[in-house]
Design a protein around this ligand. Sequence first.
Ligand SMILES: Nc1ncnc2c1ncn2[C@@H]1O[C@H](COP(=O)(O)OP(=O)(O)OP(=O)(O)O)[C@@H](O)[C@H]1O
Length: 599
Amino acid sequence: MRLDRRTFRWRLVGLALRQVIQAAPLEATLLLLLLALGGLVPVGVLGFTRALVDGLVAGLGEGVWGPWLWWPLLGLALAFALDFLLAPWVAYLQGAVNERLTARVHLLLMDKVGGLPDLTPFENPSFHDELQVLRDQAPYQPLNLLIFLGSAFRGSITVAGVLLLLLSAAPLFPLLLLLATLPQAILTFRLQKGVWEAVLFTAPEARRMRYFAEALLEADTAKEVRLFGLLPFFRGRYLEAFWALYRAVRRARGRQALGASGLVLLGALATAAALFLALRQALSGASGLGNLVLVLQSVGSLQQNLFGLVQDGGMLYESLLYFERLERFLALPPTLRQPPKPREVRSFEEIRFEQVGFTYPDGRRALQDVSFTLRRGERLALVGENGAGKTTLVKLLLRFYDPGEGRILVDGVDLRELDLAAWRRLVAAVFQDFGRYALTLEENIALSDLKHLHDPKRLEEAARAGGAEGLLLRLGPEALLSRAFGGTELSLGEWQRVALSRAFFRQAELLVLDEPTASLDPKEEAHLYARFAELAKGKTVLLITHRLGSVRMADRILVLSGGRLVEEGDHATLLARGGAYAELWRLQADLYSPDLADK
Ligand SMILES: Nc1ncnc2c1ncn2[C@@H]1O[C@H](COP(=O)(O)OP(=O)(O)OP(=O)(O)O)[C@@H](O)[C@H]1O
């Protein structure tokens, strides 16, 4: 990321403020008002103290109380009371705005990423990195922004007010006191920025640290960590990343400490000059004792506020960069071209792949010159070794990506011209990496067609089709799944039955099954395929599987190898041909019984 080293970018403040105001317009405006009022409190204290001292000097020795004492006293009391009064309301509003802003940031990210129609952006490492950073920091950057923007705003009002007050005492005072504190403050800010930049540039290290820590702390990896004794390995990787980050930040911090000391002398000289001037004025009677007290107090107040601004400015800068990143991320253009006038689609007669080729953005060629037709009502099996391109073909069919070459036609119309949502409504799928949601059993199944959530008949039918009827009987539809929220945990095979039931719940025209029985026990697998004809009735089915025993019920089998379609036909034809399919078949059959190999 390119950072401007010279200036604090005010545009960023505008960007972040816009998000704050949009998140909670009323609360944010009130908060700004209260902060401004809070910023004026120290100015009031200084002003009333000056008036009080001048009043005291005028009445010294006479013992008379007059309005010249009452008013400043009252003012001081009010200023202190206001300070106490404002604090809880500022905290209340800050809390309210923070909660709304944090939810807004999450919603913006959810809408952006969840609303992406394709998977191409996930292939881009920088998209991934950005999303990771934005997600990781979403819980605390909004709060940081509010705290530091708030205190910077309040501090600026105080500094401006104090300077104006000093101007009323003598025009030279603000200048001298600014000279005493500003250069040092500016330098500190620059160096502070250096620290933040060091932190930002080492963001990959920070992410690696988090990743290696998680590898040791997460339940997913707990078994392998213990079995293979991986603690020292991941610990070592964590430390490597930690030291890289630590060294960069420590260097920047060292520069900060050194640099700030250099301007101390200049600051001390300017302060001394201001005090000398104020003393001389007081001695000569040119101005009252109140002005001397004002200058004395202002030195402390200005220093405290300016350095507060610097410290907060550094933290604020980081939050501002976060919101700039968020803005840039939200503005990323879509990667999938949507047709200006999408064609409605309610059913299909045939899907045709025409010389389809696809290369992943990282350059990996996954499909090449693939042509075939899938007709309505047909049961097509797709087989081939690992990495042959089977899942990629399904991803193209669902338009998670567009083909690089060739086209996919639905009744002669290019898939790219169809209304994507309408097309996807025609399809139900079980993916290899199906979702396991911490929801009820009923919701887990009905997710594929939420219009029919709470339709017990449909739920039962889908559960029966997917092999989850036993689960439904045993646990009941309301059973919460997943341990994460204190629910029931299922075995992988049971989860797969739920995923299958979800696909059947949708009652779609095209059923895509990508390794649907990988985790099922042999009994359930046999059971599923035994009733396959009934389940597939009226549907078009695309089945991907390595278990060749189950592809025999397909009308046609496509064999993919290295991204190319190498064979096509039914089981008997392909076996008789003695090609790639026959070899795969023989290898598998050999595993079970060498005698079966040629049947
Ligand atoms: N997101 C991706 N980015 C880059 N390459 C990928 C991606 N997904 C898959 N590939 C590559 O594309 C090729 C085809 O992958 P695909 O998942 O389609 O194979 P498959 O036939 O379904 O394999 P399997 O039987 O193992 O599920 C593989 O070599 C794989 O490494």
